[in-house]
Design a protein around this ligand. Structure first.
Ligand SMILES: [Zn+2]
Ligand SMILES: [Zn+2]
Length: 65
């Protein structure tokens, strides 16, 4: 058990001591693009549509009316 590695990858359960290492891992291993990330909760999305859906659902961003 290693308490220093607190950043866990959601996709494969690997753990990292730094957030940069986790993000690096996710980008390289899982092909995640950090361009699409939610600024509110730091979630990463593989495409803009996923992020937009997340924003609307989780943070109730409104579409243009
Ligand atoms: Zn992973
Ligand atoms: Zn979010």
């Amino acid at each position: 058990m290693n308490f220093f590695k607190k950043y866990a990858c959601d996709d494969c359960d690997k753990k990292f001591s730094k957030q940069e290492e986790l993000m690096n891992h996710q980008q390289i291993i899982h092909g995640k693009n950090s361009e699409y990330d939610c600024k509110k909760c730091n979630k990463n999305f593989s495409n803009m549509e996923d992020m937009r859906t997340h924003l609307q659902r989780e943070h109730s961003y409104k579409k243009y009316r």
